[in-house]
Design a protein around this ligand. Structure first.
Ligand code: UDP
Ligand code: MG
Length: 148
């Protein structure tokens, strides 16, 4: 089954959005496979966002991610990478539809509350980076009520 890496950024934690965000993924029917609250250092944040290292906003982005604890999660389910991105909404909250997490809870692109992997391959890499210890192995007894 497909997995994605989701991170509630420091602003999401500070603003008390952790329960709300987890609830949206849970109620959709996805399964939580990994969860931890941690503060990362610069080197780790730079590794996570390595693909963006040449962008003008890179330094500010790294400062933002190390500015407080984040909630790192692995969610599992059919098409969870693409659907997770839809639940999160467009990168710039000015363009995120209402009903998405960023559309409902964010205003500025540099304070957009949440990260989600953009492809199955980046999800695999990000899960390996954030959860080197591995994730939980369980399956929900609700499976037949969610999948046909
Ligand atoms: N970002 C920013 N300014 C920009 C573009 C991106 O501050 O002009 C930040 C924003 O927090 C975004 C993150 O960099 O979530 C990663 O950018 P990406 O293009 O990967 O967007 P995402 O995948 O998070 O939607
Ligand atoms: Mg991205």
């Amino acid at each position: 089954m497909e997995q994605t890496f989701i991170m509630i950024k420091p602003d999401g934690v500070q603003r008390g959005l952790v329960g709300e965000i987890i609830g949206r993924f849970e109620k959709k029917g996805f399964s939580l496979k990994g969860l931890k609250l941690l503060t990362v250092d610069r080197a780790f944040a730079e590794k996570h966002y390595a693909d963006l290292s040449s962008k003008p906003f890179f330094n500010g982005l790294v400062e933002y991610i190390v500015s407080g604890p984040v909630v790192a999660m692995v969610w599992e389910g059919k098409n969870v990478v693409t659907t997770g991105r839809k639940i999160i909404g467009a990168t710039n909250p000015a363009e995120s539809a209402p009903g998405t997490i960023r559309g409902d809870f964010a205003i500025d692109i540099g304070r957009n509350v949440i990260h989600g992997s953009d492809a199955v391959e980046s999800a695999r890499k990000e899960i390996g980076l954030w959860f080197p210890e591995g994730v939980a192995n369980w399956s929900s007894s609700l499976h037949p009520w969610i999948y046909e």
